[in-house]
Structures are given as C-alpha cells and as structure tokens.
Design a protein around this ligand. Structure first.
Ligand SMILES: Nc1ncnc2c1ncn2[C@@H]1O[C@H](COP(=O)(O)OP(=O)(O)OP(=O)(O)O)[C@@H](O)[C@H]1O
Ligand SMILES: O=P(O)(O)OC[C@H]1O[C@H](OP(=O)(O)OP(=O)(O)O)[C@H](O)[C@@H]1O
Length: 249
C-alpha cells in the first residue's frame, strides 16, 4: 500500500500538510510497521539549505500514475514545466517543490535529507528505511499499490507437500553445507524474516527482477518477492505458503 512519509527533522513539513484540506490530511500513524532495525540511518545528516518543502513522487513505474491521480482527487495539480525535467510544483501549495524520483531513491533522499516528504510503498519504506526512527509514516494506507511481500517455493519436486513456513523449516535437506537458497531483491527484510522464524541454514542471492525464474534455473530453492495478482507465481509453477508473508504493503 502506498503511503506518505516524512523525515522527523523537518517540522516545517507539517505546516504543508495541515494546510491541505483533503482526504490525505496527515495523521501520525503507528510507526511500528516500519521500525525494524536501524542499520545505517543518515536522516538529518545535514540541515536543508532551501526554503521550500521538497516532496518526492514516483517518477515512473506502477506507483506513478496512481500517485498523481490521488493528488488530483485532492485538488492538488502537479504542474511540470518540462516533461523531461524532474521538478514540478503544486500551485495550491506555494512553498512546496515536487521532485520525481524512483521509489528507492525517494527513500534514500529522505534519509540523506535531500527530500522532506515522499509517497512510496510500505515495502520500500521497510527495506530501505530499515527501521530508522527519523522516518515518520504520515499516512499509512493511501488505498492503491496493494501487494504483499511473500516467500514462494516450487509446487513440484521436494516441495510438493510443503505448504507452510514451518514445514519448510523442518525439511531435512537444509544443512550448513547445503542451505536453503532464497533469491530476493529484499536483502534486508529477507534475512531478518528468516532469522526471526528460526531458519538456521539459509543463504540469499539477489537480482534486479524476474526472480520467479530462479528456482527453474536451479539458482535458488525459494524466492522472496512482491505479489499482487499472483499470476507471475502461478505461471512459474510457484506457490505461497502459510506463514510466509513478510509484510502487507
Ligand atoms: N505486483 C507488484 N510488483 C511490484 N510492486 C508492486 C506491485 N504491486 C504494487 N507494487 C508497489 O509498487 C512499488 C514498485 O513501484 P515501481 O515499479 O514504480 O518501482 P520501481 O522502483 O520501478 O521498482 P523496480 O525497480 O523493482 O521495478 C512497490 O514498492 C510496491 O509498493
Ligand atoms: O502477482 P503479480 O500481479 O503477478 O505481480 C508480481 C510480479 O510483479 C513484479 O514484477 P515486475 O512486473 O515489476 O517485473 P520484474 O520481475 O522484472 O521486477 C514482482 O516483482 C513480481 O514479479
């Protein structure tokens, strides 16, 4: 699920929100969802040198059009002077500057202090925010971008009768010499989830996409990836298992 986030060290951002009369009026939501473990938080590493509040919006991909639609529904029109540039304004909020960035980069730039506010999915906040307490979730359910981060295993072979995380953990195949191999783009959340669930013999590999191919290619035993319709898993003979959902996004 897409959500508004901001950095704690920019209280002036609140005035932007509190002046917006729309369904996205900010509320401090529970932060527990994003508080995992702080590894390398850099939020507020420098104080902003600009007067405007900087809002990061997804530049392309799944979240982009829906995010602009949400703002439009709130009577907030995002005006881009040049479509090949990445800066825009929302005339209704004069002291706000919009910057289009990839979701992962929105998170990185919030952490470095180069953006003050952003809209991204919970999976992005959790993976790249790593529980940093300087990231504040302002609105945790904007009602689009629904998906979940889940473990999936082949439907066939040694996994045919494995239907839960517990059964996966109890398989005698996983040893120190031959651990369970998981392919994932979530290299922070993945190891944390497996450790929290008692897996001792597990290794991770990563790729930029098309992770569902990894079991068929013999590269991994399982994958950890985002699922929305479930079509990609089905078409690749993979299945989700009980207890295997890391987060609902
Ligand atoms: N089926 C899905 N697969 C991936 N992300 C999804 C899906 N459904 C909703 N989302 C949301 O969309 C976000 C990804 O958006 P987008 O594709 O724009 O990002 P991206 O940075 O281009 O991702 P990537 O580099 O992994 O392709 C996810 O973080 C998630 O919150
Ligand atoms: O459950 P579904 O509706 O099938 O969606 C899930 C798929 O969508 C995403 O991939 P994307 O389309 O971004 O391509 P990618 O694998 O190259 O990242 C995600 O990584 C899954 O592979």
């Amino acid at each position: 699920m897409a959500m508004w986030i901001m950095t704690r060290l920019y209280p002036s951002a609140m005035s932007v929100h509190s002046s917006v009369k729309s369904p996205i009026l900010c509320q401090y939501a529970s932060q527990s969802q994003s508080q995992v473990a702080v590894v390398n938080g850099k939020a507020g590493s420098r104080v902003s040198e600009w007067n405007e509040i900087r809002l990061g919006l997804p530049s392309k991909g799944r979240m982009s059009a829906d995010t602009l639609d949400l703002l439009k529904d709130c009577q907030l029109s995002v005006k881009q002077v040049n479509p090949r540039q990445y800066v825009a304004e929302i005339p209704q909020i004069p002291n706000l500057e919009v910057w289009f960035q990839r979701p992962k980069d929105i998170l990185r730039k919030l952490l470095s202090g180069d953006l003050d506010l952003g809209i991204v999915g919970l999976d992005t906040v959790s993976e790249y925010g790593q529980g940093n307490e300087d990231l504040i979730i302002v609105h945790d359910a904007l009602e689009y971008g629904d998906c979940h981060l889940s473990i999936a295993i082949p439907k066939y072979g040694i996994f045919e009768n494995v239907n839960s995380l517990k059964e996966l953990a109890q398989m005698p195949q996983w040893t120190e010499e031959k651990p369970l191999r998981i392919a994932t783009g979530f290299t922070y959340l993945g190891p944390k989830f497996m450790k929290d669930n008692g897996f001792k013999h597990v290794t991770f590999s990563t790729a930029e996409g098309a992770l569902e191919a990894a079991p068929a290619m013999g590269i991994a035993d399982a994958i950890l990836d985002l699922v929305s319709s479930g079509t990609t898993l089905r078409e690749n003979n993979l299945k989700e298992i009980e207890g295997g959902v890391v987060l609902e996004s």
